[in-house]
Design a binder for this molecule. Structure first.
Ligand code: ASP
Ligand code: MG
Length: 444
């Protein structure tokens, strides 16, 4: 069985939903994971924001706007009176859930209930549409099987057994429709896999049923070798290894949720990235097989803070880095890049929530300074470190750019440069010109 996931823009309008229905309907049984209609999750975030600060009036306005948007959506999507009526019942149910939350104490717990409504709506409406077209479809409620533990990590074994139980009690169908992103947490409350988490749902389900393939359908034809918003003449990669894809997704290639590669890699399920706007384009296949290119792609991640700790005590000492790392552990803040010299260590973080507290906690170790507005530019390839000549090309490409940090040798797949955000565009363009100019697009 395959798992197919469609993102928000792929189900962003009634017309798009119809196209998705046509795309999946080839008689082969599959699990279909949907995001919320594009824009809906952001609107729900804003609505919850109003309730968190106690602004019920604005919350009501936002709810009314959502209601009229979905009434039009339903009227356009569902043509026969009976399905339309069912669609409106679904909408009213969701609106009633939201309205109930207006009168209660509103905490981040309730916020998660609000955020879950987008996927609950999109999947139910899509299911009604399929039924209205006599396409065999059943809903699989994600809250029946998607589980995370107390550290917000998915519980794959539990997901697997609960999913099998759910499938057993569900009537046979060609297509099983389920919500991306949403889950229950260790306290059995509604929670989610973080923004963009529908990809993760898809690969977790793919791993749970040992799918032949997980397809992630978006609005771009696969992983591009560079950021197409900044650089001309980028091209999609036909293949990327799990490692290459994970590095690219983590370091800014917006196409994929970074952690979603892990369950696929662990269970050996390939991920195919496909474009809903160009369904015949090959897209990118993420599997054991790498790009087989020394340099496959470049991605960039903004909003990075670089922190430097300089200390005489680091010289010839052991245990120093452990104590530094413990500070980040204490504030549950992951470190991305790290470089060291005998007397100083520099590292980067992308979650700035506890930046000030972290700086304060590091101060006893030595002189601490930090810079904001940094960008990690990540150059990813296959067995980069067995190749020669590439570092020269990379440094030639950025010879006129101040480099705050360079990380090489951490993995076989990546070289990272830390630059100021204002240099990002030209770094990406200059790297493209130096590293890919000789590559005809049809050889990829
Ligand atoms: N709807 C959620 C979001 O906008 C999850 C997803 O689309 O993957 O982040
Ligand atoms: Mg997404």
């Amino acid at each position: 069985m395959q798992v197919l996931k469609f993102g928000g823009t792929s189900v962003g309008s009634p017309q798009r939903m119809r196209e998705v229905a046509a795309l999946i309907d080839n008689g082969e049984q599959k699990v279909v994971v949907l995001s919320a209609v594009s824009g809906t999750t952001n609107k729900l975030v804003a609505l919850a924001g109003c309730l968190l600060r106690g602004d019920r009036e604005e919350a009501q306005e936002r709810l009314d706007a959502l209601q009229s948007e979905y009434i039009s959506f339903i009227e356009e999507l569902l043509e026969d009176a009976d399905s339309r009526k069912q669609g409106l019942t679904v909408l009213n149910g969701v609106l009633a859930t939201l309205r109930d939350l207006f009168t209660q104490e509103f905490t981040p717990r309730e916020e998660k209930v609000v955020l879950a409504q987008g996927e609950l709506l999109s999947t139910q409406l899509f299911h009604l549409y399929l039924r209205s077209q006599d396409i065999s479809s059943e809903l699989l409620p994600a809250l029946d099987f998607m589980r995370i533990d107390q550290y917000n990590e998915p519980e794959l074994e539990l997901i697997q057994s609960l999913l099998h139980e759910t499938l057993e009690r569900t009537a046979p169908a060609d297509y099983f429709i389920t919500q991306g992103y949403i889950c229950l947490n260790a306290d059995s409350e509604i929670d989610n896999l973080q923004r963009g988490g529908s990809d993760y749902t898809a690969t977790l389900l793919g791993a749970a049923i040992q799918a032949e393939e997980v397809q992630i359908w978006t609005d771009i034809d696969g992983i591009h070798n560079n950021d197409p918003r900044v650089v001309d003449n980028t091209f999609p990669l036909r293949n990327a290894s799990y490692r290459e894809a994970a590095e690219l997704a983590y370091f800014g290639a917006k196409i994929l949720h970074p952690t979603c590669v892990i369950p696929a890699e662990q269970s050996g399920v390939p991920i195919r990235l496909k474009n809903t706007m160009a369904p015949d384009a090959p897209g990118t296949l993420i599997s054991q097989q790498s790009s087989r290119r020394a340099i496959a792609a470049i991605a960039a991640k903004d909003n990075i803070a670089a922190i430097k700790i300089r200390s005489g005590r680091m010289f010839n000492a052991y245990g120093f880095l452990r104590r530094v790392f413990e500070v980040f552990e204490q504030f549950r803040t992951p470190i991305d890049m790290i470089t060291t010299s005998e007397v100083a260590v520099s590292l980067t973080i992308d979650n700035l929530t506890y930046l000030e507290a972290i700086i304060g906690a590091l101060e006893p170790f030595g002189e601490v300074e930090y810079q904001l507005d940094q960008t990690i530019v990540c150059i990813v390839g296959d067995r980069l470190h067995e190749q020669t000549g590439y570092t020269k090309k990379i440094f030639a490409a950025v010879e006129d750019v101040p480099l705050r940090m360079v990380s090489y040798g951490g993995s076989n797949n990546n070289i990272s440069l830390l630059v100021h955000r204002s240099d990002k565009e030209r770094v990406l363009q200059q790297l493209q010109a130096h590293l890919f100019s000789a590559v005809p697009a049809n050889t990829i």
